[in-house]
Design a protein around this ligand. Sequence first.
Ligand SMILES: Nc1ncnc2c1ncn2[C@@H]1O[C@H](COP(=O)(O)OP(=O)(O)OP(=O)(O)O)[C@@H](O)[C@H]1O
Ligand SMILES: [Mg+2]
Length: 350
Amino acid sequence: MKAATPPLRARWQHPRDDFDRAPARPDACRFQEIVGASAPMREVFDTVTRVARTRSTVLIQGETGTGKELVARAIHAASPRAERAFVPVDCSALAEGVLESELFGHVRGAFTGAVIDKRGLFEAAHGGTCFLDEVGEISACVQAKLLRVLQEHEVKRVGGTGSFGVDVRVIAATNRDLGALVASGKFREDLFYRLSVVTLHVPPLRERREDIALLATHFLRRHAAENAKAVSDIAPETMARLVAYDWPGNVRELEHAIERAIAMTTNPVLLPGDLPSKCVEAACGSGGASAGPSLSLREVVTRHVRRVLREARWNKKLAAQLLGIHRRTLYRLTKRYGISLSEREGDGRK
Ligand SMILES: Nc1ncnc2c1ncn2[C@@H]1O[C@H](COP(=O)(O)OP(=O)(O)OP(=O)(O)O)[C@@H](O)[C@H]1O
Ligand SMILES: [Mg+2]
């Protein structure tokens, strides 16, 4: 008898689902390339899993550096189109005419320099996915042509007469408020509705601080290996500063901070002095929404460790993983700061 195909949902499992039965698996806090275990990211993973099997257009919204392209790639990779092309297009990087000919192709003689027929990216993405990054930047003319592709599933090359049928799934992303652009007449309303059949919001990092340690550890391993540097850990005091900082540039800014710290440090463990000074200042009271202006570093660490322990349902191994520290370091920290390791004593506190 043929074995039933497991549902796509099974590809990602939150550690909570199995923590009673087994310790957290090393990949329990990521979905494909996306690292995260916070509640908002679990929602993103759920939505990705559900929309992946459809061919609906998806609009991904979120601040710069939150991981919108990574999410688009995850949808494609989890979809039945995974074996076909994923074609990313940065709509903000190209002048109007160039973008038009890139997306839809052109015929010979369509404009000066068009010496041969050229197929566009929609044709190249046939059977696969086209990712339109910064879609809020496209001109009225390209908006009209894009609407046609979405409605008719066909493209007409610039200067051409005939149309080609294309089977392309479109995923678009923007860090702008497309609704506001529609209201101000800068973006077509009909195109907005076509693009936003499913909308997905990737939250800023400051709204999912539980992910910071996971991400920082992930980037530490990656960049230490890439640069062949023996930097194995992030000191708890350093981690507290990373967690307290607001990261206006989101995950991209965090990655760059860790990459730079690894390049510059001479320590085997990253110390607060290895971080950009703005992170250090934030934890000391001049920023960091969760830290509050008058909290000591001790209080920041205590609150964060308690929050993560609750999030991990008092599973020490998982909590240490979420905090990006070794389990022994977690025991040392809780002892030093008098943090309870069990729900009975620990809950009810901030
Ligand atoms: N959850 C995550 N796990 C691992 N890496 C991440 C995560 N989120 C973002 N990154 C990394 O951060 C960087 C920025 O991500 P990405 O390009 O997807 O962001 P974006 O939202 O598209 O940004 P922009 O709006 O500036 O285009 C990339 O190097 C990406 O790999
Ligand atoms: Mg992007």
